[in-house]
Design a protein around this ligand. Sequence first.
Ligand code: BGC
Length: 569
Amino acid sequence: RAGTMLRTGIRLLALALCVSAGGDFDWTKNEKTSFYYGTFPTGFSWGVGSSAYQTEGAWNTDGKGMSIWDVFAHKKGKISSNETGDSSCEGYYKFKDDINLMKEMKLSHYRFSVSWPRILPSGLRSEHVNEKGIRYYSDLIDLLLDSKITPVVTLYHWDLPQVLQEKYGGWQNASMVGYFNEFANLCFERFGNRVKLWITFNNPWSISVEGYETGEHAPGLRTRGSGAYKAAHHIIKAHAKVWHTYDMKWRSKQKGLIGISLTADWGEPVDVSNQRDVEAAERYIHFYLGWFATPLFHGDYPAVMKEYIGRKSGQQGLGASRLPVFSPQEKSYVRGTVDFLGLGHYTTRYVTQKNYPSGFGDSYFADRDLAELVDPKWPDPGSEWLYSVPWGFRRLLNFVKAQYGNPMIYVTENGVSEKMLCTDLCDDWRMQYFREYINELLKAVRDGVNVKGYTAWSLLDGFEWDEGFSERFGLYFVDFRNKNKPRFPKASVQFYKRIISSNGFPSQREVESWKRKAVETCSSSNQLLAADPLIGHMEMVTEIVVPTVCTLCILLSAVFFMFLLRRRL
Ligand code: BGC
């Protein structure tokens, strides 16, 4: 009898453990809409993100050199409305105000990037270190730490020094590996005593495909079917070199972690019962995330990339694959160089098999033999490419767990935009997006995915690359018309604050009240924003009209005085 009781006890315990460990979640089941009430593990880190070119402004101030984005944005026809990031949010001058915003939100971390040409104007450490640039980042880091906010520092968020592009062809050239390592080392030397989480590259997919294949991003090259693979190859090696340097030189003293931030959509087969669609969807993810993650975790490109690009290169009459090859030494050098994986995620696509016959032209997109589709019912509030499909997030996270041995993950980007002209601070759609995506993240954590933190993209509206200022991702609205670039909280600030203070979604009753409360506060912010042109007008009065009138008065009085004096004489 005691034995039976013991067995029953063990069974009950196992059941309880199973439920609490997320046994009720099976991500392959089509359970796409249910909401899960619960909280994240203690110590889960909540943050927001930004990047240098998108927010800093001060493009030619205090000795900063040009980046490829400065030059690209200044060329006519590259950016929507020919806008530039010259002044953007003026974050270079306003970082103290911005840290106050973060303090109010009770954030645990802030992800920002270092502009390489701000601290090395020509890109090369041997030539000139710009101490004013170093001072800016150093002050930013100090103030974050004083405010109990952990800095998460990205070394490369797309702003390569222009000199390196002009002299060597940027990421097309293997010499970038060494130059990037020198820049990274300088950052470890100057900031590494205070920074413990480093991200080498942000979204290398975008650097490679949009910078070197489609040319929509700086440096704007269109080297179809080869340049993107070459750029990616050098970026992977550069990441690995920095990881090894840190490991040998800095890790024992500084005790930091080196990661990379990969961005990927989830790809869902159009027809799950069709093997060709299932394989096409897997290919979609391998060409997106696996392109970078598989070498860094397993030492080589995904088999499916080698197979498809190799076969197509052969059909095109090329002697070798357009996809570069890692030597055996390089394979072991790049393998295992990720202390944590940064994951950026925004949206999902349905994927189906589609043949691109050879002769169609070389291209990264044709190499994949697939077509991307979207469901017209998916909400699409801002950027054309960004549909809200929360369940894809959980699937992507589980894919990472299964493929790469459940690595430590920080979500480094997740968020949604609205169009420029939308000046409604009551951003219902963003609250909805965060509520659902963060809930899928919670489910993934319950599935056993090793996620340590979440970073909402982004703190402020900013320069949205080729879209200029026409798309707004910020939790804070920035009034770009006003030269002081004032920030106004959108309702989602309040909403995200609630998620942070509850460390998740405690109960239905509470969560349902959040949106209502957030909307109550945003209408007053809307009024403030509506009054903003007036603020701009008042500035014009104080900065231009008043000094001009005063000067005129002084001049007139002087003339009047002289006139009086003359009459007396
Ligand atoms: C980039 C961000 C950008 C976001 C939305 C991300 O991949 O890293 O800089 O703002 O996409 O377009």
